[in-house]
Design a protein around this ligand. Structure first.
Ligand code: ARG
Length: 475
């Protein structure tokens, strides 16, 4: 059923209908569309435009449609253009011409913007929940390996030793920022476009503030043109998805690297690895690789919508229909990746002894020599040079720094006394990194317990908002 046609002599050609049809992807907005219709119905009734009796009839039909949609028994027909027209057709099948009453004071322009905001809020809360579940397992692993020394890298070269729990916990911080982005996205995006009509509001005495409140929004959008044109909330949601994807990809890269034979740090559980069709010995970290690879499409989805919006005239243009597939794809992608990734992290076993043995390799304690000299008032530039000489001597003679003799040390510089060796241990180096955010065991413990509190805080926020949202949907 077309929602327009009065001024046309013919319907659209098959090619045009095929091009403009969106129901094959926008059907997932149906529950939100029906909920928004009920809010609109109340507003129409309050404005004296729909009688109490008719309101009851329409409301009962909308609830019945909601059940059909949720149970999957609703049949989409080949002439249905989009979710809005399909639901209106079904309403008219149930109610006759009365089913067309909801069109008063509303356009698909404010309708689709409202549906999409509701969908986004629902999905971003779910995304936040999945991210906190991943954070929880990373944090558990960080606790498990909070006392395990490992080499820390810059340029993928041994740099300085770190505690492996510290290494893992950095990812929890990155995901903290993603959740905080979702929280402030929510504060900015929770405004209702409903009541903006096609673009200019309505002459029917409707109350956008009231429908906004009924739908759990913080308020109504203060400019009707902005209400139907703004898709910042989609772009920002896509940015959050791309950022989560980028974080997952960097983490995935570590898992790939750490599970190589050369590293031998990580053993991925069989349930989270795959084999090769030709090489019987293979066990591949495909979950980590797919997470790394899918970051590309998440970034692509963000740029697709940004590019679509650039230079777009206000208010509604059909280009805006192109906001949905990228958004849905990013949401679906993360819904697929995150649970698998979380399972992979939770079941990975790390090899403490390999990491510990490798921690002092590559002269990763050379900075300790420089710091030792600085404490003896040697200017750092000079201390750096002296420590470099120690490394050079060891490299020539294939030894570690603590293996230099007392004589060799004092030949390099008289300030290098035998007590230097007490600093040339991984444990000593770790224990001395007591600056805020450093890798000393005490600092790491403090860091991990703070992270635990933050995750609990996020989960409380998510469940409060989630409960309010599902309460609103079921009203
Ligand atoms: N399917 C459309 C979309 O996704 C709904 C809005 C259509 N509005 C219009 N004036 N043609 O954007």
């Amino acid at each position: 059923m077309a929602l327009w046609g009065g001024r046309f002599t013919s319907g659209p050609s098959d090619a045009v209908f095929a091009l403009s049809r969106s129901i094959q992807f926008d059907w997932r907005l149906a529950p939100y569309d029906l909920r928004a219709s009920r809010a609109h119905l109340d507003v129409l009734h309050k404005a004296g435009l729909v009688s109490k009796e008719d309101m009851k009839k329409i409301s009962t039909a909308l609830i019945a449609l909601q059940e059909e949609v949720l149970s999957g028994s609703f049949v989409v027909e080949s002439e249905d253009e989009d979710v809005h027209s399909a639901l209106e057709r079904a309403l008219m099948v149930k109610l006759g011409p009365l089913g067309g009453s909801l069109r008063a004071g509303r356009s698909r322009n404010d309708q689709v913007a409202t549906d999409l905001r509701l969908y986004c809020i629902d999905q971003m809360l779910h995304l936040a929940q999945l991210v906190t579940e991943l954070q929880r397992v990373i944090l558990d692993k960080s606790h498990e390996y909070a006392d395990a020394p490992a080499p820390g890298f810059t340029h993928l070269q041994h740099a300085q030793p770190v505690l492996f729990g510290h290494e893992l916990a950095k990812h929890v911080h990155a995901f903290n920022r993603d959740i905080e982005r979702i929280q402030d996205w929510y504060e900015r995006s929770s405004y209702s476009p409903l009541g903006a009509g096609a673009l200019s509001g309505s002459s029917l005495g409707l109350s956008p503030e009231e429908s906004a409140k009924a739908l759990g929004f913080k308020g109504a959008i203060a400019n009707s043109i902005d209400a139907v044109s703004d898709r910042d909330f989609v772009v920002e949601a896509l940015f959050v998805c791309a950022m989560v994807g980028s974080h997952l990809s960097r983490m995935g890269e570590e898992w790939c690297l750490w599970s190589t034979t050369e590293f031998g740090w990580a053993t991925v559980d069989d349930a989270f690895a795959t084999g090769s069709s030709i090489m019987p010995q293979k066990k591949n970290p495909d979950v980590a690789e797919l997470a790394r690879g899918k970051a590309g499409r998440l970034i692509g989805n963000l740029t697709a919508v940004l590019a679509m919006l650039k230079g777009l005239p206000f208010a509604y243009n059909r280009d805006l229909q192109e906001d949905k597939e990228p958004l849905f794809d990013s949401i679906d992608t993360l819904n697929l990746v995150l649970p698998a990734f979380t399972g992979m992290v939770a079941t990975t076993i790390f090899n403490r002894s390999v990491m510990a043995q490798s921690a002092p390799m590559g002269f990763s304690l050379a900075t300790e020599i420089a710091d030792y000299l600085v404490r003896l008032d040697v200017p750092f530039a000079q201390a750096h040079e002296i420590a470099g000489k120690c490394v050079q001597q060891c490299e020539i003679s294939k030894r570690q720094l603590h293996e230099l003799s007392d004589e060799e040390l004092s030949n390099i510089h008289p300030a290098l006394r035998p007590d230097l060796r007490t600093y040339l241990t991984v444990e000593g180096a770790l224990a001395s990194r007591t600056t805020f955010g450093g890798t000393a065991p005490k600092n790491v413990q403090m860091q991990l317990s703070k992270l635990g509190e933050q995750i609990v805080g996020f989960q409380t926020w998510i469940s409060d908002k989630g409960a309010a949202f599902s309460g609103m949907m079921n009203q």
